[in-house]
Design a binder for this molecule. Structure first.
Ligand code: NAP
Length: 257
């Protein structure tokens, strides 16, 4: 299927490794021009250098929790490529801990990274898309924004649920301007150097038990499998898909809704 993404301009936050890098690679393979960002300038540049052979890509070293991150990324996309058609809000993190032990600072740090930063970046880019009467915004949430992830995940669960909720309301408000907004909820995604990879190396038996218990396909997901769904949502092939959240989890989640 030709997704018709050739020549489109995408901003992907957190594209230097992991799922974000997979999404960047997927969009480049479809012919998109990509602006991406990460905090570590050296690692970002290394990723950009490796990916340049696949298409037009620019890296902007910045912290997305900074107030002007959205405006900076938008300005870069317009200066380098003339416009923005796709925004993928991917960067995120976690702070595990028992609810009674988590501090205000813990909550504030992850709220800024997983939610507030995405509000600001999406607001900056959505306004531009509204003017152009075209665009696709995708939030990388988690299955743990749709159902309980378990003890110790109060902050992560809350921020991902908030993200999915906000995306739905954004979709309602932006539909009249032909801007689609969706979220993607990955299950456990393994890639070299990622958190699941580390846990598999540290505790192979425990992780095999986890796979047997929690992953019906008998394996972790890959970044390519997430990127494929993101590319579809980014494209006009998904023209009737807005205001939804799509699991990419191999039936890991148990929720019926
Ligand atoms: N891996 C999974 O199994 C899984 C499952 C469900 C959902 N998710 C979600 O998918 C997204 C990506 O996960 P991942 O596992 O690929 O994460 P990751 O390996 O930690 O990569 C995160 C990326 O975001 C960048 N980043 C982090 N904080 C940033 C900040 N403040 N400003 C700018 N860039 C920042 C990182 O680069 P720097 O560190 O250099 O900034 C890196 O490029 C997250 O939202 C995560 O919650 C992951």
């Amino acid at each position: 299927m030709d997704l018709g993404l050739s020549g489109k301009v995408a901003i992907v936050t957190g594209g230097s490794r992991g799922i974000g890098r997979g999404i960047v690679e997927g969009l480049l393979a479809e012919g998109c021009k990509v602006v991406t960002c990460a905090r570590n300038a050296e690692k970002l540049q290394q990723a950009v250098d490796e990916l340049r052979a696949s298409g037009d890509i620019v890296g902007v070293p910045l912290d997305i929790t900074s107030r002007d991150a959205g405006e900076t990324l938008l300005a870069k996309a317009k200066a380098e490529f003339g416009a923005v058609d796709v925004l993928v809000n991917n960067a995120g993190g976690n702070k595990r801990g028992a609810f009674v032990e988590l501090s205000d600072e813990d909550w504030q740090t992850v709220l800024e990274l997983n939610f507030n930063s995405h509000v600001r970046v999406a607001r900056a880019v959505a306004g531009e898309m509204q003017k152009r009467k075209s665009g696709s915004i995708i939030f990388i949430a988690s299955i743990f924004g749709r159902e309980a992830g378990g003890k110790g995940l109060a902050i992560y669960n809350s921020t991902k649920s908030a993200m999915i909720s906000m995306a739905k309301i954004m979709a309602m408000e932006l539909a009249a301007d032909n801007v689609r907004v969706n979220s993607v909820a990955p299950g456990s995604i393994r890639f070299p150097g990622g958190s699941w990879d580390r846990r598999c190396i540290e505790d192979p038996e425990g992780m095999q038990a986890f796979i047997d218990r929690e992953l019906p396909l008998g394996r972790f997901g890959t970044v390519e499998e997430v990127a494929n769904v993101v590319a579809f949502l980014a494209s006009e092939r998904a023209s009737l898909v807005t205001g939804t959240c799509i699991n990419v989890d191999g039936c890991q989640s148990r929720s019926l809704i």
